[in-house]
Design a protein around this ligand. Structure first.
Ligand code: HEC
Length: 123
């Protein structure tokens, strides 16, 4: 009986691992890199996006950056919060790229540096 349970637990663990890998690909860029390349400073891509001055090509790269964010796992903070914040940012970037009404407001709400850093940025 005990052996049977052990086997069951092992198969469940394997199934969970396999499912996890299938649904979430590995990020090709780290959060650190994305922040440096797309968010840091007054002249950053994200600042341009917030001012409504990003070109179509720039919006596409922001869609990519924010998609990479959703694939990452921050070293601090809980995963549910990270999923919400990064997904909201990615969704807003996609709406901007698709020229949808209200997209800029959604972006400005989601790109709140401090709200995310206070929970997910290690000291
Ligand atoms: C969705 C969450 C999120 C948002 C929004 C966000 N950041 Fe970050 N940022 C992070 C995380 C997480 C880190 C820590 C990465 C690490 O070092 O592990 C970070 C780190 C940084 C760093 C340090 C990078 C390094 O070299 O270590 C800078 C600079 C930065 N963010 C700038 C910004 C600015 C400016 C904004 C707003 C315009 C912003 N971030 C918005 C999550 C976010």
């Amino acid at each position: 009986m005990q052996r049977h349970f052990k086997f069951l637990a092992l198969s469940l663990a394997t199934a969970a691992l396999t499912a996890g890998c299938a649904t979430k690909p590995k990020p090709s860029q780290s959060i650190e890199h994305i922040m440096e390349a797309g968010f840091k400073g007054k002249e950053s891509l994200s600042a341009k996006v917030s001012k409504g001055e990003a070109s179509a090509a720039e919006l596409t790269s922001m869609v990519d950056f924010t998609y990479q964010l959703t694939l990452n796992t921050p070293s601090k903070g809980d995963l549910k919060s990270w999923a919400e914040k990064s997904t909201a940012l990615h969704a807003a970037a996609k709406s901007l790229a698709a020229n949808q009404p209200g997209a800029l407001d959604a972006w400005k709400a989601a790109v709140n540096c401090k709200a995310c850093h206070s929970v997910h940025k290690p000291d």
